[in-house]
Design a protein around this ligand. Structure first.
Ligand SMILES: Cc1cc2nc3c(=O)[nH]c(=O)nc-3n(C[C@H](O)[C@H](O)[C@H](O)COP(=O)(O)O)c2cc1C
Length: 135
């Protein structure tokens, strides 16, 4: 079975460092077991996550994520088959949102919904080329 890549956006609910640490720990433990890799971009107003792995496993993981009460307004932005993963070494890379993304004002006005697939994917492609700022 080919790997797939799924990208979604959501809004954190009750966001703080402790909650984020809990999410990352759980994500990394599960993903290591399930052969999933990816990256989670976080900001107070935004989660943007890429999941990569076998289609069935990514689909079931995303189904659990959809039900999670630590975020709201989950929107699946992209699902594509891939030949190569962007984050093969990461059970879940974490990055604070960078300056080249949308401002909170732009997000509030629906910038993510208007972005093209290539723009969304480009965010993760750029991220994959950067050295990680923190774990
Ligand atoms: C923003 C966000 C990202 C998450 N990322 C993952 C993930 O990559 N993999 C995963 O298994 N669970 C992830 N979760 C947690 C799932 O929603 C769910 O709580 C978890 O998979 C349940 O697994 P458990 O029954 O093994 O504890 C994430 C949750 C949130 C809110």
């Amino acid at each position: 079975m080919r790997d797939m890549q799924l990208i979604y956006a959501s809004r954190p609910f009750g966001y703080d460092e402790l909650s984020l640490a809990g999410i990352l720990l759980q994500a990394r433990q599960n993903n290591a077991r399930n052969g999933i890799t990816g990256a989670l971009i976080c900001r107070e107003d935004l989660f943007l996550q890429m999941l990569e792995g076998r289609r069935d496993v990514v689909t079931s993981t995303f189904a659990r994520i959809l039900r999670d009460e630590r975020h709201v307004d989950v929107v699946n932005l992209l699902s594509t088959d891939i030949d190569n993963r962007l984050f093969p070494e990461w059970s879940m890379r974490h990055d604070p949102a960078r300056s080249w993304m949308w401002t909170p004002e732009e997000v509030a006005k629906g910038a993510i919904g208007r972005a093209s697939d290539q723009e969304i994917r480009g965010i993760f492609e750029r991220l994959a080329k950067e050295p990680p700022g923190r774990l």
